[in-house]
Design a protein. Structure first.
Length: 381
């Protein structure tokens, strides 16, 4: 019995592979029971290290996908692969996100495999990142449109792909199709959220809007792995969608977690949102003229700017009512991601006073100087 994972070189797919190896869930008795589709073998060092079976291929190659399904006795497919680049053209996103998903579905229904899990996004909801300051989304909320001229390209491709999954679930009632809508993800191998906060941390600009009271929902990647495996226990949820999103956390708390890791004072200077809005056209202009600066493109992206000044909640009662529990705290997820990204804490300089305090503690042989939350990061992550 085998597990097939696409997007395994990415954050969520790699966490799922590691979680299955650690827990032996879904019948995994050996790392080789996990088959990972990899487009670029140069990015597969982690997968080689943990011993999974690697198949080089592309989502656009339907024959390759069908050959993999014939080669292995696969029982579960976890389709996490997608182009996440918000700056790509619609066509560049459409091919992997829509055609690639359809190819995966075709390979699935032509095989003996029973389960297909599709990783969608919270961006599919109608009104995603609209002007409302307080927004709440649950699975009953309607999806947005599929016209790339009127909406975010990435969101449109995820909606199209979701529609395909739903159509196949109706056409093939003996198969199991599950849609998971994922929020912004943090944890090991995070190359978007955590690096963005690290880059902005040392900038001598106000980092808190409205005193940092607004909230942002981050999802620990390990909880996503736990959630999709949990959903495989139910045979009556085919065609349904589930939000898998972490609890809302304030921007103030998020910056405090990052500041603690780097031994810096948490940011205190705040800017009212009305004042921040005045600067948005200027920040947008900077992003347009600095197209090759990845830091500016990330920090001042339209999506990032739209999150600021809002508190958005994605309800997860649907999966929790089935018995699932979110166990990884945002604090743990952020810290584990930082420990992988910057284990020696060289990307951000420590605050001078805190650094002196650390040196004094070391001189007094006090080994307990490590900030409390760092000591709480366990191997279970």
């Amino acid at each position: 019995m085998s597990i097939f994972i696409t997007g395994a070189t990415g954050q969520t797919g790699s966490q799922l592979a590691e979680y299955l190896i650690e827990t032996n869930k879904l019948g995994v008795s050996s790392p080789t029971d996990i088959i990972c589709l990899v487009r670029n073998l140069k990015k597969a060092d982690f997968l080689k290290k943990i011993g999974v079976s690697i198949e080089e291929g592309d989502l656009l190659d339907l024959k390759k996908l069908q050959d993999i399904m014939k080669k292995y006795d696969i029982n579960y497919i976890f389709h996490f692969a997608a182009n996440l680049n918000q700056y790509c053209s619609f066509q560049d996103l459409y091919e992997p996100n829509c055609i690639g998903t359809t190819n995966m579905l075709d390979a699935f229904v032509s095989s003996h495999t029973k389960w297909f899990f599709y990783a969608s996004s919270i961006s599919v909801y109608k009104g995603y990142l609209n002007k409302g300051k307080y927004q709440v989304f649950d699975e009953s909320r309607p999806l947005g449109g599929i016209d790339p001229q009127k909406d975010n390209n990435y969101a449109v491709t995820k909606r199209i792909a979701e529609n395909s999954v739903k159509e196949y679930s109706k056409k093939y009632p003996k198969k199991n199709f599950v849609i998971t809508r994922l929020g912004p993800i943090c944890g090991p191998k995070d190359r978007i959220i955590i690096p963005s906060f690290v880059k902005v941390l040392p900038y001598p600009v106000p980092k808190l809007i409205n005193k940092g009271k607004d909230t942002f929902s981050l999802t620990p990647s390990r909880d996503i792995a736990r959630a999709v495996v949990f959903l495989s226990e139910f045979n009556n949820i085919s065609g349904e969608a589930f939000n898998i999103v972490g609890v809302p956390v304030s921007y103030k708390d998020i910056f405090e977690y990052f500041s603690s890791y780097y031994d810096r004072k948490p940011p205190k200077i705040s800017m009212p949102y009305w004042m921040f809005k005045v600067f948005i056209p200027f920040l947008t202009f900077i992003r347009k003229i600095a197209k090759r600066n990845l830091t500016i493109q990330t920090i001042f992206s339209k999506t990032a700017l739209n999150y600021i000044g809002k508190s958005i909640t994605y309800k997860t009662e649907k999966i929790q009512e089935l018995g699932f529990e979110f166990k990884i705290s945002i604090e743990e997820a952020i810290t584990s991601g930082l420990m992988e990204l910057d284990p020696n804490r060289k990307l951000v300089k420590a605050n001078i006073k805190l650094k002196k305090r650390e040196e004094n503690h070391k001189k007094s042989n006090n080994s307990d100087f490590i900030p409390i939350f760092k000591k709480n990061i366990s191997q279970k992550y």
